[in-house]
Design a protein around this ligand. Structure first.
Ligand SMILES: Cc1cc2nc3c(=O)[nH]c(=O)nc-3n(C[C@H](O)[C@H](O)[C@H](O)COP(=O)(O)OP(=O)(O)OC[C@H]3O[C@@H](n4cnc5c(N)ncnc54)[C@H](O)[C@@H]3O)c2cc1C
Length: 232
């Protein structure tokens, strides 16, 4: 069963024969030996630690008690190992805690992990996406507060777009953001269908939230984006 996650010969063929050595000075240390080691370690983690979470995830699921969500037990150990191995920021900038790997190698490593349990890896995907958003659009203070913690997996991330009456038509959202005297905003509204929106894998979950500032134009043109940390 395990070998069908991703065929190692296919992976090696694509990385070494089809694509070959990535000719860029920032990837100089990623020679064939290093790449093979990374792929073997990713495969080991996927098969030994992540794959077993798939069955328990299905059988046990998440539970909600007193407003707190608890993930299946096995997810906690797998998340810790994922973070300890610094897998969440494989291809990211070393300046923010990444390993600076070529994206080709990171994608091959991720294929094993996502193939082992895509529901589990969604926590990584949401977090990484939110971190990339801060990296691309955040100011210096936001970057220094959030990036290392999110790229390391210590803090989680999400995206809060959808509302009961605003799905495909995201511009119909009614969540408002009122400016406070200290420059922060108070958000009011209801979001639904938020993947990884609440869980106990991280001490803090960072929610990028779409909302409208009073007086902003209707539709998508008047939407702003806010970062809302939510410690457990
Ligand atoms: C598994 C899952 C995870 C999700 N995770 C997140 C998340 O993390 N964060 C988040 O913000 N949201 C999340 N969502 C919500 C997702 O973004 C919305 O479901 C999506 O935007 C569609 O909105 P809706 O469900 O309200 O459907 P609607 O927008 O009401 O659409 C219903 C149907 O009408 C059709 N339709 C809509 N508009 C038109 C049109 N103009 N013309 C023709 N047909 C149309 C659609 O194709 C669809 O078939 C998630 C949804 C799912 C299923």
């Amino acid at each position: 069963m395990t070998q069908v996650i991703s065929d190692r010969r296919d992976v090696d063929f694509v990385l070494h024969e089809q694509i070959g050595q990535v000719d860029h000075e920032s990837f100089a240390e990623f020679n064939k030996k290093t790449i093979d080691l990374i792929i073997s370690e990713a495969r080991n983690l996927a098969i030994k630690e992540i794959l077993p979470t798939f069955k328990q995830g299905d059988e046990q699921g998440c539970t909600l008690e007193n407003g707190k969500v608890t993930v299946p037990e096995s997810f906690t150990r797998a998340w810790r190992l994922l973070c300890e191995g610094e897998w969440p920021a494989m291809c990211d900038d070393p300046a923010v805690g990444g390993q600076g790997m070529p994206r080709t190698v990171g994608s091959a490593a991720l294929e094993y992990m996502v193939g082992a349990n895509s529901a589990f890896m969604l926590y990584y995907g949401m977090t990484h996406g939110a971190a990339k958003l801060v990296e691309a659009f955040g100011d210096d203070t936001q970057k220094s507060v959030y990036l290392k913690k999110m790229f390391s997996g210590e803090w989680g991330g999400t995206m809060l777009l959808t509302e009961p009456e605003a799905g495909s038509d995201v511009g119909a959202l009614t969540t408002t953001a009122q400016k406070n005297a200290d420059g922060t905003y108070t958000l009011s509204g209801s979001k639904i269908f938020i993947s990884a929106g609440e869980h106990d894998l991280c001490e803090n979950i960072i929610h990028p939230v779409l909302a409208r500032i009073p007086g902003a134009p209707p539709g998508t043109k008047g939407i702003s984006l806010f970062l809302v940390p939510c410690s457990r």
